[in-house]
Design a protein around this ligand. Structure first.
Ligand code: ATP
Ligand code: MG
Length: 417
């Protein structure tokens, strides 16, 4: 893409009411726009990052047999009543409205009850199980505080998956697979080393649920970790009983600040019993279904990456989710130099390399500053000075080293990577 055609502009200052580093950087670099606290638009650059995070999650959910679908944001009050979760004193994040035709409507903060209701049409026999479905959905939550930028939105994007299993074994088998798939997602996002599968409070059916917590200064959670034993415990279940059952002592654990980037949860058969979703087992007996719920915070992840992978100059995207792979810069009045840059732009594009070409009429200072702020992993500079040094200048956003490469070799340089 040509940068002259990108409608977003970088800016020196973030809005004064924006306290969080992730939103400050993402706003200044033109990835998001703040509508109000907790509500952010995804601009072209931000959308590209989000789509890449989604694609990684999608591939990993597909690899464990997930089927993608999409449910509505508008929700039926009736569906939430049998479990008592329409009640605002039970769920304190509801946004609700009234239908002109009469009756109330809810804005989806979760899709657990609606998916169970829907499955009544699709599950009747043990032969129908297991079922694994997932979606990427805009969730609405009336969060009291929204001060962490896109880490805590009032409207945000979640990947939510649901498993329907006939018994504990079938459920457990998938639950373990989901942990592995989630682990692959975070490691592909470049967050593997800082993300911990964490024991957290369970429901009435299990002692624990599992959260995926990434070390992050802007996070709102604290966990206790032991890196050697690969154990992590959420503050809410950090007690003698938990420590004993995991075979660790307080001295073995380090307290770190984290952001919850995923959460998987076993509902047992409780919710399907409350909502009357049964199947006929092998002997023809009506049996309640085991339900699992698996969430990943897609937009929160973009925020965590912005927080953890940035420096004083701006964002530093990992290659897996960067909006573009290469930032091509050129400047000066020399027409031959510009033409060479433009040719290189077309060659890179034709080779399938995602390139942002800064073709704007601006000086090197402005272009370098913007490139640092936007944080694309590789930079290629076509200029008179680079030509004197033997070609075009290639560098990485997070390294000081420069390489000079003959223009004819640039495409090969990137396709070989
Ligand atoms: P939190 O404890 O941070 O409020 P939660 O436990 O209520 O989150 P879940 O219902 O488990 O959230 O949602 C699944 C995932 O969605 C979370 O692990 C998190 O990554 C993400 N998420 C939850 N709430 C928000 C939000 N307000 N803004 C952005 N992402 C969110
Ligand atoms: Mg959670």
């Amino acid at each position: 893409m040509k940068q002259s055609q990108l409608f977003t502009k970088t800016r020196k200052e973030a809005p004064r009411d924006e306290e969080s580093k992730n939103a400050q950087l993402l706003i200044r670099a033109g990835f998001i726009h703040k509508e109000f606290a907790g509500a952010y638009d995804l601009l072209p650059l931000g959308l590209r990052v989000v789509e890449k995070i989604k694609q990684i999650a999608r591939e990993e959910m597909n690899s464990i047999r997930g089927e993608e679908f999409i449910m509505t944001s508008l929700q039926n009050k009736k569906v939430w009543e049998p479990t008592n979760r329409w009640d605002d004193t039970v769920v304190d994040v509801w946004f609700k409205s009234k239908l002109k035709a009469g009756g109330e409507v809810g804005f989806g903060w979760s899709h657990e009850e609606p998916i169970v209701e829907m499955m009544k049409n699709h599950i009747s026999s043990f032969r129908d199980l297991p079922i694994y479905v997932y979606q990427f959905q805009t969730k609405m939550r009336n969060e009291l505080r929204a001060k962490s930028g896109i880490l805590r939105g009032r409207e945000f994007l979640m990947k939510d998956m649901y498993s329907f299993s006939k018994d504990v074994e079938q459920h457990e088998d998938f639950y373990q697979k989901s942990i592995e798939a989630y682990t692959r997602v975070y490691s592909r996002l470049g967050l593997g080393e800082d993300t911990f599968v964490t024991f957290a409070a369970g429901g009435s059916f299990t002692e624990f649920s599992h959260e995926f917590q990434t070390i992050c200064e802007a996070g709102e959670d604290f966990i206790y970790i032991n890196r050697e034993k690969n154990i992590a415990i959420n503050e809410e279940v950090y007690n003698d009983e938990t420590l004993k059952s995991l075979g660790v002592s307080r001295d073995d654990l380090e307290k770190v600040k984290t952001a919850e980037v995923g959460n998987i949860f076993n509902f047992g058969t409780q919710k399907c019993e409350e909502m009357k979703l049964y199947f006929n087992d092998e002997s023809g007996k009506q049996t309640p279904i085991h339900l699992g719920s698996y969430g990943i915070g897609i937009t929160r992840l973009m925020g965590v990456i912005a927080e953890n992978m940035s420096d004083e100059k701006g964002l530093v995207w990992p290659e897996s989710v960067a909006p573009f792979h290469v930032h091509l810069l050129t400047f000066g009045k020399n027409e031959n130099v510009f033409r060479e840059a433009e040719n290189l732009y077309h060659d890179l594009k034709n080779a399938g390399i995602e390139v942002l070409f800064d073709d704007r009429d601006a000086g090197p200072g402005e272009k370098f500053n913007d490139a640092d702020l936007i944080g694309i992993p590789y930079r290629v500079v076509v200029s008179e000075r680079a030509a004197e040094n033997g070609g075009v200048e290639v560098s990485k956003r997070n390294e000081d080293d420069l390489e000079y490469i003959d223009p004819s070799r640039v495409v090969a340089y990137f396709t070989e990577k």
